[in-house]
Design a protein around this ligand. Structure first.
Ligand SMILES: *Cc1c(COP(=O)(O)O)cnc(C)c1O
Length: 469
């Protein structure tokens, strides 16, 4: 399978190359040149299968022979063995045709584990084969950093650095990043916003000497491997509810647009999805874009759902690529407008294409807390605030004849303050969770300055400091 950049000015890559590269050198994102697909019979066959088996069937289409089947199967089995639920991602029924897909049974209690656990194994495998090393630099609004540092801590050939906005992640999220206790894993607290952190990562990719010295790679959801792994649960959840004879809809708490874009990919591969509903918090740029065609950046506002406090949703570019008929020039123009003027306007046909699959809505802080409370009173179920945002929005788009599956992206114990504000009760983490209360925090606080952060990474990484040359 060949992977191509959404901006058309970077070399096409193989699966392994795209996995290691992360971001394309032209600033674009890699996507498969053609969508693999499943027949209705194949999709029906997913019903009742163990998660890891379906994961293999989906992922093997994107790997396309570049990794031996046996090795791939082993990595997938190991990745999902780290989950503390036999269904890996269980469905919970909340009401008639109203379902919650719990994606938080992995080691760091957020859905990011689903992709990160397999991505780390795939990258380690590819690097070991080639005898190379690399340095991962990422930006996190809270959950990606913890999931990545946890997943990559045992990868010999990889140094991992994660920047997060200082003071803007929950204590639980921060502790997950600062108590990993591995020499190759580094947490950086930046005096800035998540968007500042993400912009720095992108600029580092454009900085040739730095990029080449540390062999820079990315595992944010711009990495195709992340998207690929997330496609799987759209298939397993829909199959459980009777797809393909029954269509289903999904509502997804959205930040960087990676998770819901994976649902769009599942649809491209043949999964009969009725609607994909984008749920945002008060940082509702995507909901406004879908409604008006106008994509206009504002300042990211901190909320009780920090993983969605995003203005620049990187993966939206992948949807724009598809919606513009895979026209890389059109995408480059829109991205140029965004960079220069902080906004772009969707061409009419692009807006129409998006409206064919997507709906969008947002929930404010009051609605989010009320939703946590409503659900708790109705059924005794405690959900995290990100999930609550999505549940609020899913209700606005409910169709009594189509099962609505809302993605639950974090365990409520990751956001105890918001949950306590809503119901006066602090959710307990599961007994198996490693909350590391006895381990000291290790973190470096740095200015929101690319030069300063690059200097730190050069000194602290094995490739940058020359310790390995
Ligand atoms: C990352 C995250 C999201 C947003 O997912 P995207 O793929 O960035 O849209 C939502 N909820 C939680 C809890 C997250 O960690």
């Amino acid at each position: 399978m060949i992977y191509t950049s959404t901006r058309g000015n970077a070399p096409t890559l193989t699966f392994k190359e795209a996995l290691i590269a992360g971001l394309a050198t032209d600033g674009g994102l890699y996507v498969p040149e053609v969508w693999p697909s499943f027949s209705r019979e194949e999709i029906a066959g997913f019903r009742g299968k163990p998660y890891a088996q379906v994961a293999f069937q989906v992922i093997v289409k994107f790997v396309d022979g570049e990794i031996a089947d046996n090795a791939l199967r082993t990595m997938i089995n190991e990745a999902y063995d780290t989950f503390h639920h036999p269904a890996v991602v269980p469905l919970v029924q909340l009401g008639p045709n109203d379902w919650l897909l719990e994606l938080f049974h992995g080691p760091t209690l957020a859905f990011k584990d689903v992709a990160m656990q397999i991505l780390a194994r795939l990258m380690d495998h590819v690097l070991t084969e080639s005898g190379k090393r690399l340095t991962i630099v990422g930006a996190t609004s809270g959950d990606t950093g913890g999931a990545a540092l946890e997943a990559f801590k045992t990868c010999e050939g990889i140094d991992t650095f994660f920047m997060y906005p200082h003071g803007k992640v929950s204590d639980f999220q921060r502790r997950q990043m600062t108590t990993v206790g591995a020499e190759n894993c580094h947490a950086i607290a930046v005096d800035g916003s998540f968007d500042d952190c993400q912009t720095m990562v992108k600029s580092m990719f454009a900085h040739d000497t730095f990029r080449d010295t540390v062999q820079l790679s990315a595992v944010n959801s711009i990495n195709w491997g992340r998207i690929m792994a997330q496609v799987v649960y759209y298939f397993t959840a829909a199959a459980s509810l009777g797809t393909p004879s029954q269509k289903v809809s999904f509502t997804v708490p959205t930040g960087n647009f990676g998770d819901i874009y994976a649902g769009f990919v599942a649809k491209q591969m043949g999964l009969p999805i009725e609607r994909l509903v984008i749920a945002t918090n008060e940082n509702d740029i995507l909901a406004r874009t879908v409604a008006s065609g106008e994509h206009k950046l504002g300042a990211a506002k901190p909320t009780i759902t920090p993983s969605m406090d995003i203005q620049i949703s990187s993966n939206f570019e992948r949807l724009l690529f598809e919606a513009s008929g895979r026209d890389a020039n059109a995408v480059s123009t829109l991205m140029g407008d965004l960079k220069e003027g902080g906004k772009y306007t969707l061409p009419a046909e692009v807006q129409t294409f998006i409206a064919e699959s997507f709906d969008a809505g947002s929930a404010n802080e009051t609605e989010t807390l009320a939703e946590i409370q409503r659900l708790y009173q109705a059924s005794g179920y405690l959900c995290d605030p990100h999930t609550a945002v999505a549940l609020c929005v899913s209700r606005q788009h409910a169709n009594p004849n189509v099962p609505m599956i809302t993605l639950s992206t974090a365990h409520p114990a990751k956001f105890p303050v918001a949950v306590h504000d809503a119901v006066g009760k602090t959710p307990n983490p599961p007994e198996w969770a490693d909350i590391a209360e006895d381990r000291p925090e290790v973190v470096t606080r740095l200015k929101n300055d690319q030069g300063v952060v690059e200097e730190f990474i050069l000194n602290a990484s094995r490739l940058g400091s020359g310790r390995n040359t």
